[in-house]
Design a protein around this ligand. Structure first.
Ligand code: SF4
Length: 367
């Protein structure tokens, strides 16, 4: 690749350095400078504990940093090490995961913790970490490089975007041949002394500078070598998005002396498997009335009252319109595991994120 330096380029943090020194500093070292000077101060960046780093990496997948911050601290308070996580009942782990979504990650985390304890130590290479249940190449490389200084590059969505622009590659970064090119480039972006920080620097650059819309190329430590900076939006070419599916749902709030009725979703459910929910059924398109649909789904005899809230909720590609109604339920033989609980008690079991939203809208999200 032809480096394209322009006279007069000065990157943040390099203002005091001589022109010669700036031009000879490699992209990998400029990335490390950027990370040291402008990387966000996040709690998982203060530890070399592979367990804590692993938890943060799993939480951060598909979830924003500001959502993860309080959950990470609270999770580590409850499960401070791999032994405590392995010893916990999976329901407690799911309860701690509430609000982070993608609950399969929590189940896999729990299964992998058990495996690590059975093996006697946290594996210390990316290849060994990859053999744990539910851990993919990204997480294995992130943990091995950050906790154990292994010289192994990561490719997440941010890094794919940064390097596709850096190399002016429009092809889909998920294609295996493109992935190989990006991984090779990512490896060149690491310094032998600080591979974990190099990986984090690339991810940080994608999150804060080389953003999907309006990248701040003027502030980028890679601009002098970047082939795509003049037209960053061309790289990578946008993928076809899955069409959003809109669903109209009705939620029934059954209250008995301050306690609300919850049902547990099936372990085989496509979304939110095994979580506790307020009873919920599709509100249009089916021929039967709402009470009959609730009876079909949950058993018992139902009566539905007035609408008490209207909400929207998004789960992956599903846009849910939620109509919340008060309701009465007479138990005969329920079709799913059920329980009455106060909103405070519900915080101790694994509920779907919709539950928190409904309780908040009803002013019932008391601690
Ligand atoms: S110069 Fe611009 S397009 Fe290139 S890596 Fe930096 S922010 Fe991204």
């Amino acid at each position: 690749m032809e480096p394209r330096t322009r006279p007069g380029d000065v990157y943040p943090g390099e203002e005091g350095k001589s022109t010669k020194k700036r031009q000879t500093r490699s992209a990998a070292h400029r990335l490390i400078d950027f990370f040291d000077e402008r990387g966000r101060d996040l709690p998982w960046r203060h530890t070399r504990d592979p367990y804590a780093i692993w938890i943060s990496e799993v939480m951060l997948q598909q979830t924003q940093v500001r959502t993860v911050l309080p959950r990470y601290l609270s999770f580590l308070e409850t499960f401070p090490n791999v032994e405590s996580l392995a010893a916990a009942h999976v329901d407690r782990v799911l309860a701690q995961w509430s609000g982070l979504g993608y609950y399969r990650r929590a189940r896999q985390l729990h299964a992998a913790a058990r495996e690590i304890v059975a093996r006697g130590a946290f594996p210390n290479t990316a290849a060994d970490i990859l053999t744990l249940p539910g851990i993919g190449p990204y997480t294995a490389a992130a943990v091995a490089s950050i906790a154990f200084d292994e010289q192994v590059p990561v490719l997440d969505g941010n890094v794919e975007r940064v390097l596709s622009r850096f190399l002016a590659l429009a092809e889909d970064p998920k294609r295996s041949e493109v992935r190989r090119i990006l991984l090779r480039q990512a490896a060149q972006m690491l310094t032998p002394e600080r591979p974990g920080d190099g990986n984090q620097a690339l991810m940080e650059l994608g999150a804060t500078i080389c953003r999907p819309a309006q990248p701040s190329c003027d502030l980028c430590p890679l601009r002098s070598d970047c082939r795509g900076w003049q037209e960053p939006h061309r790289y990578p070419r946008p993928r076809q998005r899955r069409a959003v599916e809109r669903l109209e749902m009705a939620i029934a709030v059954v209250e008995h002396v301050g306690r609300l009725l919850f049902f547990r979703r099936s372990e085989d459910a496509e979304i939110m498997p095994g979580l506790w929910e307020l009873p919920m059924v599709e509100s249009i398109s089916a021929g039967k009335d709402l009470a009959a649909r609730l009876a079909t789904a949950y058993g018992g005899v139902w009566e539905t009252g007035p609408v008490i809230a209207n909400l929207r909720h998004t789960i992956t590609f599903r846009d849910l319109r939620l109509e919340v109604r008060s309701a009465c339920w007479s138990e005969t033989i329920p079709k799913a595991e059920s329980r009455f609980a106060t909103p405070a008690e519900a915080k101790n079991f694994a509920t779907s994120s919709i539950v928190g939203k409904v309780l908040g809208a009803l002013g019932r999200d008391e601690g």
